[in-house]
Design a protein around this ligand. Sequence first.
Ligand code: DAH
Length: 360
Amino acid sequence: MFEIEKATAAIDQADNLEALDALRVQFLGKNGEITLLLKTLGGMSPEERKEKGPAIQALREAVTDAIAARKAALESAALEAKLAAERLDMSLPAAPVPQGSVHPVSQVMDELAEIFADMGFAVATGPEIEDDWHNFTALNIPETHPARAMHDTFYFPDTDAEGRAMLLRTHTSPVQIRTMMSEKPPIRIIAPGRVYRSDSDATHTPMFHQVEGLVIDRGIHMGHLKWTLETFLKAFFERDDIVLRLRPSYFPFTEPSAEVDVGYAQEKGRRVVGGDGDAEGHAWMELLGSGMVNRRVIANCGLDPDEWQGFAFGVGVDRLAMLKYGMDDLRAFFDGDLRWLSHYGFSALSVPTLSGGISA
Ligand code: DAH
C-alpha cells in the first residue's frame, strides 16, 4: 500500500538531484507506484472510480509538488555553496593583453594624408599590378628608354587582353596617368602605395612605399611646387627651419625636373633634418624627385597642355619614416618582428591631426 507520508519524507531527505530523480521515477515513472495506482482506475466501476479517483489524483499532485519543492531547495543550496566557495580577487592587476600597434609606414601615410588634405589634396590609389603603358609609355618612357632597365622591373609572363606587358608597378607615377584620364582638372592628389623593384640591401627592399603628388590647373609654375614641398616638409618634420635646395635633374615625365635636397645635421650618429645644408655642421641630402609635368604626359592623358599645366613629385614613404623616426635598416620594416613593431609602432588611438599634433 502506497504511503504518502513515507514518500514525501523520502523526497524531503533526498540530498542531491540524482537521488531526487530516482524517487521521481520510483513514484511517477512509467511503472512508478502512483502510475500503477492510476492504472487501477480503468478496472473500477464508475461509482468506485468517483470515490477513489480524486484521492489517487491528490496523491500524484502531492508527490509532484514535493519533488518540485525539494528540487528548488537543492538548486538554491547548490548556488549558495558555489557563491560561498568562489572568490574573485578584485585587487589583481588585469592580465597583460597583447596589443597591436600601427606600423610606422601606415602612420606616415596617415600623416601625409592629413597634411596634404589641409592643402586641398585628395588621396588617390591605383593598381599594384600595372600594364607597361601606364607605368612607362604614358609617362614618356618609351620602350627603348634606359629608364625601363633602371627600374629593375618585375614582369609577369603573360600580357593583358590588349597585348600590353603586365608588371608590378615600379613607382606610384602611373596613378598620375589614371587620375588625369578619369578626372577633370583642376586636380590635386597624393597617391601613396606599394611599389616593387628587384633590388635588396639595407636601404632597398623588393617592395617599398612611395607617395606621388600631382597638381594640374591653369598657370601652375615651379613656385607652387617649391611652396607645396616646403609647407609639406615643415609640417611633416614638425619644425620651421626646413631649407630646400632644388637641383636641376632629369625625369622623362617632368620638364623641367628638379631633385630636391634638404639640409640636415648629424646628431648622435643620425641625420636630423633641418637647417641650411651649406651652414656650419650641415650638409644636403637628396630627398625627392619633382618637376613640371611634361607636356607630352598631359597630352597622353587627353588634356590640352596649352591649357593645363602642373607639377608632380615622388618620394619614398619608408625613407621619410626612417628620417623622422630614426630607424636605420629598411629591411626590419618588413620582418614583422614584434619587438621592432612595439618599439617603433604607434598607438591606434593617436590619429595624426594638424590640431592635435601630427605624430603626438
Ligand atoms: N617616379 C620617380 C621614381 O620612382 C619619382 C618621381 C620623380 C616622381 C619625379 C615624380 C617626379 O612625380 O616628378 O623614381
